[in-house]
Ligand binder design. Sequence first.
Ligand code: PLP
Length: 396
Amino acid sequence: MAGMTSSARPLLNRRLAGFGTTIFAEMSALALRTGAINLGQGFPDTDGPEEVREAAVRALRDGRGNQYPPGPGVPGLRTAIAAHQRHRYGLALDPDTEVLVTAGATEAIAASMLALLEPGDEVVALEPYYDSYAACVAMAGAIRVPVTLRPREGRFHLDLDELRDAVTDRTRLLLVNTPHNPTGTVLTREELAAIAELAVERDLLVVTDEVYEHLVFDDAEHVPLATFPGMRERTVTISSAGKTFSFTGWKVGWVTGTPELVTAVRSAKQYLTYVSAGPFQYAVAEALALPDAYFDDFRADHRRKRDLLADGLRSAGFEVYRPRGTYFITADIAPFGEKDAYAFCRALPGRCGVVAVPVSVFYDDPEAGRSQVRFAFCKKDEVLTEAAVRLQRLLP
Ligand SMILES: *Cc1c(COP(=O)(O)O)cnc(C)c1O
């Protein structure tokens, strides 16, 4: 029988048990089957800047990156990443020893966990989690310890006492994500300072996923954890071109940190993919050098999209946690008198022709996010407007 060995032992090993298929596969299949508007998976429905696409075509035609690029990434991209960190955040990095190009942020997360953790180490992470964190911690044989972000006064908050209490003598690493997917929370300067103090005091490593660094709204600001006192030497910073330039299929990501940290992560990375995305690396180098106006427009566009969808969700009856970052909105179905986000999402295409994902699957604590659903707003304005119209069918 397919999927079975003679000993009838499950094929998927114990570390990955429970990580069968992602919720996105299930919900995207549902969208396809029903023809519903897919606000489940977070990919843009418009490609990034034409000149960046052309840069990729040029690289391909000129024979740049068609063969294995250098292991750490092409020099022009590493220089562009370092220049971006300096220009935006005043962080000085040596492009030769402190920057590593990866196959998206996804590989950067996996390589960081595989490189930095011993089996049995504890990793403190904010829940709800981005879905690959739990799997990568598990693949490294480590143990995840959640600190739950809780909604209060219209947004999700980190409880600093809970964070402090989660750290034990076995804690090796804090895994942080800001701006935070799926809650849309952007950690404040004060919250980040407290995380930094804790990391220094307990001598912890920090891996920080900042792929939404350019998607912050209103009065929120993105401050990299690596800029806080005592953090540069203990922080692995991860970002990616996918979200910032709307080319999620290119899978160009990066890691920055001290030479020691970057060398450690590279040791794992070189045996995962070795290298990737040759010609795209040249194009992303050009993208990072786009004028500030690109980043300002990108942010303004998404703020408008957020408002379109948030207003539609609110008038349809959801409790909306208006995000200050990312391109996701988490909303609560409690006002409908419903409690089970999973059942709600499975029924949603039939009720109104829209697909969302249940946030409950991103918690260890099944009660914490039981009634939360996530909607992506990285879609054309007319798609969001149509989704908002359809959602009104939920009104009694
Ligand atoms: C999309 C996403 C990633 C993955 O980025 P890629 O560059 O596509 O691999 C990592 N972390 C978070 C929080 C994300 O939302």
